[in-house]
Write a protein that binds this ligand. Structure first.
Ligand SMILES: O=P(O)(O)OC[C@H]1O[C@H](O)[C@H](O)[C@@H](O)[C@@H]1O
Length: 232
């Protein structure tokens, strides 16, 4: 069995070209079906952590995105929104890049904001309530990222599928606006993600070490992230 940072990896869920066709910049030029990225879900290092995660309804996942392009676009995740939690705010998610580098492309549900967060190994990226997200591997090495997220919901893919992806595509030729969006605001670029020490989110700290702490309460109670604060 493969391991990443002392964590045994089960068989991954795989997203292939066919799973991604509806959200690609250039689906017509996407070649034959092939695996694009690998999702290892509900991981833990030991029984105690597994029990804590289950009883707190939190999942620790690892995603591996090999380098490459598809129809001229860098390999990316499909993209989705999260529904609202019972407190009325969207479920957030916390990522950390374990190796490689990543571009997190966020867009608000009401399409009032489009954000690009560039992240390197050790960086945390918080997906705040109400933002859809896509992760792109823009580099020539494999991107490995971990995430902590509530296990109380299913991701919503319909909007991204209907719109043929996010508002922007990252291609070998640069950024291209998705014509399916009537009006697209410019991309606001963060060269490195913000830290949130009040939630234990400090660059370089090991994301796995947040398991078992009170810091993660916001994953199931997003209102703890100060409700409508401005994140970007
Ligand atoms: O669901 P996708 O848009 O393909 O994105 C992939 C990612 O989605 C969520 O954030 C999961 O918690 C991750 O484990 C997964 O890797």
């Amino acid at each position: 069995m493969d391991m990443i940072r002392d964590i045994p990896l089960p068989k991954p869920d795989i997203r292939s070209t066919e799973d991604m066709r509806s959200v690609l910049y250039n689906a017509a030029d996407a070649e034959e079906d092939r695996p694009l990225y690998f999702m290892y879900r509900a991981l833990s290092k030991n029984e105690d952590d597994a029990e804590w995660l289950i009883s707190h309804k939190i999942r620790y996942d690892i995603t591996e995105i090999p380098p490459g392009e598809i129809g001229g676009e860098y390999v990316k995740t499909k993209g989705h929104y999260h529904p609202d939690a019972p407190d009325g705010f969207g479920y957030p998610e916390l990522y950390q890049v374990l190796s490689g580098s990543a571009h997190y492309l966020l867009q608000k549900k009401d399409l009032s904001e489009f954000i690009l967060v560039c992240a390197l190994a050790g960086d945390f990226v918080l997906i705040p309530p109400g933002y859809g997200h896509v992760t792109i591997n823009p580099a020539d090495e494999t991107l490995i990222m971990a995430n902590l997220v509530s296990d109380n919901f299913s991701s919503e893919y319909q909007f991204y599928e209907d719109m043929h992806g996010a508002a922007w595509y990252e291609t070998e030729e640069g950024w291209i606006k998705n014509p399916a969006y009537d009006k697209v605001l410019e991309l606001k670029v963060l060269e490195r993600p913000k830290e949130y020490p009040e939630y234990g989110i400090i660059r370089g700290r090991n994301i796995y070490g947040l398991i078992g702490t009170d810091y993660l309460e916001f994953l199931n109670k997003p209102s703890l992230l100060n409700g409508n604060r401005k994140f970007f």
